[in-house]
Design a protein around this ligand. Structure first.
Ligand code: C5P
Length: 229
C-alpha cells in the first residue's frame, strides 16, 4: 500500500521558551525537522510527504524536502492555529493514489524506522495503529479546583506517541466528523476513536519522546551529539 507522511511543524514552541519554533532549532548540524524526516526516507512505500509550517519557514522546508526526498511528491502547506488544523490542511492535499497516511510530529526525531514499519503493517491490516508506551507515572484525574477525582488503573494507561497511521479513508472521515461537531483532539487517534473505528496500540520505546520542555531539548542535544561522535 502506498503511504503518505504528514509532519506538522507549525507549532510556536511556547513551552520551550525559544524564539525559533522547535522543528527549526539546529542540533548537531541539522534542524530537528531534518533529523525526524530522515527516519522515513528508507521506506519504499513512501510516496508523498507533506509538511505544515508557517509562511516564514516555507522556503527552508521546501529545500529540506527536495534534499531528503528527491524522487517523491513533496509539498509544504500552511500551518493552522491548532495542530489539528495543521494536519487537516495537509490531509486535504493528499492524492487519491495513497492508501495509508502516517502522521508524525516534527519534534520526535528519535523514532526508529523499525517501529514505523511495524505501525505501517498493523495499520495496513487493521485500519489504524499508533505507537505508544505504558504510562510511567500514576495518572490522576482532577476537578477544576485541583482535587483528585480518581486514579485510573495504570496497567490500562498508555502514553500516545507518533507515528499514528491510518487508512486514508478512515482519517478523512474522522476529520470530517470533527469539523462538523467542532471537536478538538490532542492527537489523531482520538478523532478516529470518536467515530467508532478501532485503533491498535503498538508498544514503542521512551526514546521517541516529544521535544516539548527545556529538559527535552537538553536530552535531545546530548543524544544527537553522542550519535554524531
Ligand atoms: O505543541 P505540540 O508539542 O503538541 O506539537 C506537536 C507537533 O505539532 C509539533 O511538531 C508542532 O510543530 C506541531 N504543531 C503544528 N501546528 C500547531 C501546533 C503544533 O503543526 N498549531
Amino acid at each position: 500500500t502506498r503511504l503518505a507522511l504528514i509532519v506538522p511543524a507549525a507549532g510556536s514552541g511556547e513551552r520551550l521558551g525559544k524564539k525559533i519554533p522547535k522543528p527549526y532549532l539546529t542540533i548537531s548540524g541539522k534542524t530537528i525537522l531534518e533529523h525526524t524526516l530522515r527516519k522515513f526516507s528508507p521506506l519504499p512505500e513512501l510516496e508523498e510527504v507533506v509538511v505544515s509550517t508557517s509562511p516564514e519557514y516555507r522556503e527552508r522546508t521546501e529545500r529540506i524536502l527536495d534534499e531528503l526526498f528527491p524522487d517523491k511528491s513533496t509539498r509544504v502547506v500552511q500551518g493552522g492555529a491548532e495542530r489539528q488544523d495543521s494536519i487537516r490542511n495537509a490531509l486535504n492535499t493528499l492524492s487519491e493514489r495513497v492508501g495509508l497516511v502516517a502522521v508524525h510530529d516534527a519534534v520526535r526525531p528519535f523514532i526508529e524506522t523499525s517501529f514505523i514499519r511495524l505501525c505501517i503493517e498493523e495499520a495496513d491490516s487493521r485500519g489504524a495503529a499508533i505507537i505508544a508506551v505504558p504510562a510511567k507515572d500514576t495518572i490522576k484525574v482532577s476537578d477544576p479546583s485541583g482535587c483528585i477525582q480518581s486514579t485510573p488503573d495504570r496497567k490500562n494507561l498508555w502514553q500516545a506517541q507518533t507515528p499514528q497511521i491510518f487508512k486514508v479513508s478512515v482519517l478523512r472521515k474522522a476529520y470530517e466528523a470533527a469539523l462538523e461537531e467542532n471537536v478538538l483532539g490532542t492527537d489523531d487517534a482520538s478523532l478516529v476513536e470518536r467515530i467508532g473505528e478501532p485503533v491498535y496500540l503498538i508498544e514503542g520505546n521512551r526514546e521517541n519522546f516529544k521535544i516539548t520542555y527545556p529538559l527535552d531539548l537538553r536530552l535531545a542535544e546530548w543524544l544527537l551529539d553522542e550519535a554524531a561522535r
